[in-house]
Design a protein around this ligand. Structure first.
Ligand code: HMG
Ligand code: MG
Length: 300
């Protein structure tokens, strides 16, 4: 059975823009976020409080929050935070919603966080404890939940173990990341079974699919049919991870909305305004959106 309504967790400003070759001016980022909110999106992940030398594309996190004013904080404006330094920066800006981001594989933990899986859990533990103490909402991402560019397919038990370690810190939500877009619906079923067996139910889970192999929407619908109701998506299908070979864009928010409309599942967004936003953003980035729905509806 499908849920009656779905919460779209928009990651375009963060996952989308972190992977652009050029650094998008902060005023353009703020305008992107304002347009997303105007289109009805409730939850918009804004940026990352990571060192600018790791992700120069998001080196303007403070300025972005300042530019957004009251629209830039609140429980539905999460930001990525890797460590206590990142948490200090975020709290200083009045952020009340954060996401830590772990890995199911050792290779990606090293590439993305410069430490092992176990060391990264140690890094996240005080971040989560202090964030919860401060009254913030905390999401835990786990990357490489299906396949890893260095290690190949990732065993379900190994993924469940990484997810459990982060959820045991007290996080409010888990986002299962298919960072390189290799998941297929049967694999999604097996992972949800594994998580359920470890006491992590669908009410705690969001799904985060990248569309490298064109499976993101099928995988999402599989998860929805299992009772998941939080879906990560990126307007225009922007996205990817600079530290993962072969990562392409996220599930496009427009592709998701088109499918949900057809199914009669509520989502609260205006598809035309999302498409207009993607066409505008494509103009800023100098290349067309990879989303088929954007292409079809905009004639681009
Ligand atoms: P490190 O180099 O081991 O960190 O990086 P460090 O603690 O040794 O610090 C090095 C320097 O950075 C020091 O300064 C620190 O003060 C400073 P220095 O002494 O050299 O002058 N520093 C900071 N500055 C600002 N903000 C901070 C901060 N922390 C340290 N927060 C670290 C370790 C975790 C910081 C690094 O590996 C990192 O930032 N990694 C994040 C990379 C990233 O953002 N990747 C993309 C997001 S994940 C993703 O996209 C996947 C997802 O979408 C889900 C999916 O698709 O699977 C979420
Ligand atoms: Mg991602």
């Amino acid at each position: 059975d499908l849920p009656e309504s779905v919460t779209i967790y928009e990651v375009g400003p963060r996952d989308g823009l972190q992977n652009e070759k050029s650094v998008v001016p902060v005023e353009v980022k703020a305008e992107f976020v304002r347009r997303l909110l105007a289109a009805g999106l409730q939850t918009v992940e804004l940026t990352s409080f990571v060192p600018a030398k790791w992700v120069p594309q998001l080196g303007d996190a403070e300025e972005l929050i300042d530019l957004l004013g009251s629209a830039g904080t609140g429980r539905q404006r999460p930001v990525l935070v890797p460590n206590e330094r990142g948490l200090d920066r975020a709290l200083e800006k009045g952020v009340s919603s954060i996401a830590i981001f772990g890995s199911a594989t050792e290779s990606f933990a090293q590439a993305n966080l410069n430490r092992s899986v176990a060391e990264s859990v140690q890094m996240f533990a005080p971040v989560v404890a202090r964030a919860l103490d401060a009254g913030a909402w905390v999401r835990a991402y786990v990357s490489m939940c299906f396949g890893d560019p260095w290690e190949g397919p990732v065993p379900v038990d190994q993924v469940v173990d990484s997810c459990s370690r982060l959820m045991d810190l007290g996080c409010d939500q888990l986002s299962i990341g298919d960072t390189i877009g290799v998941a297929t619906p049967g694999h999604v079923q097996r992972l949800l079974d594994g998580l359920d067996g470890a006491g992590i139910g669908v009410d705690q889970i969001g799904v985060h699919f990248h569309d490298t192999y064109g499976q993101a929407l099928s995988n999402t619908l599989t998860a929805l049919s299992r009772g998941v109701s939080v879906v990560d998506a990126s307007t225009g299908g922007l996205g990817g991870c600079p530290y993962a070979k072969s990562a392409t864009g996220n599930l496009a928010t427009e592709d998701l909305v088109w499918a949900l409309d057809g199914l009669g599942v509520e989502h609260g967004t205006d598809l035309d305004m999302l498409v207009e936003t993607s066409v505008w953003m494509a103009g800023q980035l100098g290349r067309p959106s990879p989303s088929r729905v954007v292409k079809a509806l905009s004639g681009t």
